[in-house]
Ligand binder design. Sequence first.
Ligand code: PFF
Ligand code: NA
Length: 454
Amino acid sequence: MQEKLSIHGAWTSRWIFILAATGSAVGLGNIWKFPYITGENGGGAFVLVYLVCILLVGIPIMVSEVLIGRRGRQSPINSMKDVAVESGHTSRWSLVGWVGALAGVMIFSFYSVVAGWVLYYVAGMGNGDFIDIGSEMAGKRFESLLGDPETLLIWHSAFVVMVMAVVAGGVNKGLERATRIMMPALFVLLFILLGYSMTTGAFGQGFDFLFHFDPSQLSWNAVLVALGHSFFTLSLGMGSIMAYGSYMPKKASIGGTVLMIALLDTLVALVAGLAIFPIVFANQLDPGAGPGLMFITLPVAFGQMPGGHIFGFLFFVLIAVAAWTSAISLMEPAVAWMVEKFGIKRVPACSILGLIVWTLGIACLGSFNFMADFKIAGMNFFDLMDFATANIMLPLGGLFIALFAGWKVKQTILKNELSLQNELWFYAWYVAIRYIAPVAVAAIFALNLYNKLA
Ligand code: PFF
Ligand code: NA
């Protein structure tokens, strides 16, 4: 029997799927967000909770997304619809795909602004602008970047063009080709930097900070942040992984592949932490510096170290590559849907969507200058996009995907797609997706909203 394939194309191997999905997962979330939220939440205890969330919630939901995508073989909106109908349910389940595609556009708008900062730092490091820069100057430099909408616009625009150019190339000539080039580069850069941080003399201190478990530092808020981050970091709850799953070969095992992706994403976050914190400690800087950790603290550290500007340059190139491969996956669900719905080519679909995300991005970058006064519930537009997606739309999307896979999709479909030799694995996943993941997400989601609004 001829295997049903997506009209958009298919990955040429199981390994390409693993690398592409890892490219989606590994991004600003690992290298920018994870170290600073770990710093803000006290280190080791936070890391442990985060790992538990990945294992009990993230991995089972990722299995569901890949499964639904591969069964539906279309954009998440249409895959959700078809798999629902195939299981005898209403086509309105496509709404989950809709919310996801919208979340992708919203995440992109602020992701692109931060990626734009990264590009600016790539150029600055390349120029030697940060050699011997002190804390005060580094802070000023970051502040004046944020206060300058024109510079922000240039780099934001550059990033939108970079991403859309790849997505416009399609699954094989765009996504897959980018994966083949960028993922090996990413791993090489990461290990060069890890090696460098091992020579700083504060490696043990950095290691301790990440892995020393002190339960007294555990707060409810840390649990909330950890859960939200486990969705964000694995690209879950919005259809990116579902879209990538729709291009996956039928014979590849879903369980094994997903474990590999989650493992790689987690390793990159931990290695990024191990590369960053020793540098921070070696230079007597503050690990809890917040979002500026990467843009203020690190340039100071690099500026003081022998050869630091070269490694600083490589570091920001690494982050730019990671952000690039993630942003591609943010756009894929919406682009695939437009191609299916309107029968248009990728280039016009990407142009239209590019224009939309570019415009939304202007409101995000304006939050630091000309739109600083625009606030809803105390949040500027940038924070609003971050909060609405990471804390509401992704957990909600993940919750509904778990409920759908666990309670609505026919068991024959699940077993057929997972084709696990060992029944025990199937039931472990089934319990996690029916009970553990929905209950955990619902409880923490409710607490999260309550904490924010109360
Ligand atoms: N996983 C990416 C990161 O950790 O930076 C962010 C992301 C990409 C979130 C794609 C959601 C998504 F669909
Ligand atoms: Na990630």
